[in-house]
Design a binder for this molecule. Structure first.
Ligand code: DGT
Ligand code: MG
Ligand code: MG
Ligand code: MG
Ligand code: MG
Length: 278
């Protein structure tokens, strides 16, 4: 096709290409969900419907984007990890983050009525999500990234459980509840829940305490993809044959997406289901 004299404007486009051979984590976060959750009457401190909807939307993202190896979600956020060999959109950052944000948002809105029947979305306040991409050089940092998000889930959930128990069951004002929790550590918070309200925090729903891990249930490991940091450090790059890559993609697309609510800070997860995140 002949080029128009306007074509030159294209040279102003700047693409950030994500570094090769690094894990890509794309984290989405609900925009203004403090207000959004109040507008649609989310239960406090946790609304199971809202978490199930987040998980359902994230599963759809995993079904449609086979490059996603695994994901972790809590509150209004979801993190998706892409393998270091990922070639999607030639690793162009803007294409990746915008596609994840819009795919997730589309499914969240599409599935809304299923999880919040009788509470229709109002055009003046629709759910939207921002997205960012972060690169990690080895599984060590990827693990620590997931640990960081799960620790965040735990800290916030313990605080919020105390806060709303003080307000709802204890009759405190929100201000007084905040005052009561100021300077308390996690032991104090567990003690407060137990001694004043008979609540054993460890018996709270595990999805609230641990968040949600999504993983492809791939069965027996036959993958030859490189999960060894040592090999990467030596500068070895395994270039998969196209057929092999296609086979793996088919397998990934066929695999069921499993939902787990387990500890991902300790080693156990990573030697078991987590070994698929490579
Ligand atoms: P942002 O992300 O900077 O646009 O602002 P927010 O308001 O989304 O803030 P963020 O993401 O730091 O915190 C998430 C908010 O969403 C927080 O205010 C609590 C609320 N939220 C998330 N899940 C639930 C839930 O299950 N129940 C209730 N009541 N609120 C929730
Ligand atoms: Mg925020
Ligand atoms: Mg948010
Ligand atoms: Mg958030
Ligand atoms: Mg186009």
């Amino acid at each position: 096709m002949a080029k128009s004299r306007f074509e030159y404007v294209r040279t102003y486009e700047q693409d950030t290409t994500l570094l090769p051979n690094t894990y890509i984590v794309i984290r989405l976060d609900g925009r203004g969900f403090h207000r959004f959750s109040a507008r649609y009457g989310f239960q406090k401190p946790n609304d199971k419907r809202a978490l199930d909807l987040m998980n359902a939307a994230a599963k759809q993202v995993m079904r449609q984007i086979p490059d996603v190896a695994g994901a972790y979600g809590q509150s209004d956020e979801y993190s998706f990890v892409l393998g270091r060999q990922c070639r999607m959109f030639d690793r162009r950052e803007a294409k990746l983050v915008s596609t994840f944000a819009s795919t997730f948002t589309a499914h969240y809105q599409f599935l809304w009525a299923e999880y919040f029947p009788g509470t229709p979305l109002d055009g003046s306040m629709l759910p939207t999500f921002d997205a960012r991409a972060v690169l990690y050089p080895s599984m060590r940092e990827v693990r620590d990234y997931f640990s960081w998000r799960q620790a965040d889930c735990h800290i916030n959930n313990l605080y919020n459980t105390c806060f709303w128990t003080l307000v709802i069951s204890g009759g405190l004002s929100e201000r007084d509840a905040e005052q009561a929790l100021m300077g308390t550590n996690s032991g104090d918070k567990n003690e407060l829940l137990f001694s004043r309200f008979g609540i054993n925090y460890n018996n709270e729903d595990v999805i609230f305490r641990k968040g949600t891990i999504l993983i492809r249930d791939m069965g027996v490991c036959t993958s030859t993809s490189d999960s060894s940091d040592a090999a990467a450090d030596l500068g070895e790059r395994q270039v998969k044959s196209r057929r092999q890559a296609e086979r793996e993609e088919k397998k990934r697309q066929k695999a069921e997406v499993a939902e787990l609510h387990v500890d991902i800070i300790g080693d156990e997860f990573w030697t078991d289901a987590g070994r698929w995140i490579v």
